[in-house]
Design a protein around this ligand. Structure first.
Ligand code: UDP
Length: 238
């Protein structure tokens, strides 16, 4: 496999599902602790920030399909990401990693509000900044948040931790001829509607020339290998 570059300032996107562990819903403390351990292992030598999703607790779109008002449902989804952010923060601090949570929806007794310059300063000091509450706007996703914050924070790449080992030419569950890409262009992802991140997130990364690295975060030790430029992953780039 062709090697990927090693990136310095990185945004890691964690879907809410990653925190569920073996369950179907919510936050599994053992799983959060394991993910925190993986993050701590790659902290040295990188400037890291995180965007956490909320799908393990609440998804606006799914709730709207069942009759909820979409904007209220999206705010509930954003609040769910704050719970996840606090869980990840707690697990990281228990193993001695300094973190700050910054929320796009200010809630000053719980965490800091999102302030770009302050976030940059935290990262320079070696703290991991965890961005919560998505973009603060309904009708967006935390994938788009990841693309936006990566651009704002001048990140070299977005790392998307999922439960698959990269991007496939088709859904491997439906098409037995599907193959995994080592590298694929943003435009192919968009034209073939490949499942990486939602289209607006992919377009934002493309337009700002920020590669997306898709990798399996459930596999022990994989994140360290992938961040070092090895391991199994797909890089989406121009
Ligand atoms: N959300 C939102 N605006 C944002 C980010 C998230 O309204 O900028 C809401 C939306 O309802 C979404 C929920 O928060 O369904 C949880 O985020 P997401 O589905 O992206 O989480 P993930 O799939 O990564 O776990």
């Amino acid at each position: 496999a062709p090697s990927r570059p090693r990136f310095n300032r990185i945004l890691l996107k964690l879907s809410g599902e990653v925190l569920m562990g073996p369950g179907q819903f919510g936050i599994d403390p053992d799983t959060v602790a394991r993910v925190a351990g993986e993050i701590a292992a790659v902290k040295e030598g990188h400037e890291l920030c995180l965007v956490v999703g909320g799908g393990n607790i609440f998804r606006g779109l799914a709730a709207a399909a069942r009759g909820f008002d979409r904007t209220s449902a999206d705010y509930m989804g954003m609040l769910a990401t704050v719970m996840n952010a606090l869980a990840v923060q707690n697990a990281l601090e228990q193993i001695g990693v300094e973190t700050r949570v910054q929320s796009a929806i200010p809630m000053n007794t719980v965490c800091e509000p999102f302030i770009r310059r302050r976030a940059a300063r935290h990262m320079e000091k070696g703290r991991i900044v965890i961005f919560a509450a998505g973009t603060g706007n309904p009708f967006f996703t935390t994938d788009s948040t990841a693309a936006l914050r990566a651009a704002e924070m001048g990140c070299d790449a977005v790392f998307k931790g999922t439960s698959v080992d990269g991007v496939y030419s088709a859904d491997p569950k439906k098409d037995p001829t599907a193959t995994r890409y080592d590298s694929v262009s943003f435009n192919r992802v968009l034209s073939d509607d490949l499942k990486v991140m939602d289209a607006s997130a992919v377009a934002l990364c493309r337009d700002n020339n920020i590669p997306i690295v898709v990798f399996n975060i459930r596999e022990q030790g994989n994140m360290a290998r992938v961040l070092a430029g090895g391991g199994t992953a797909t890089i989406v780039q121009n």
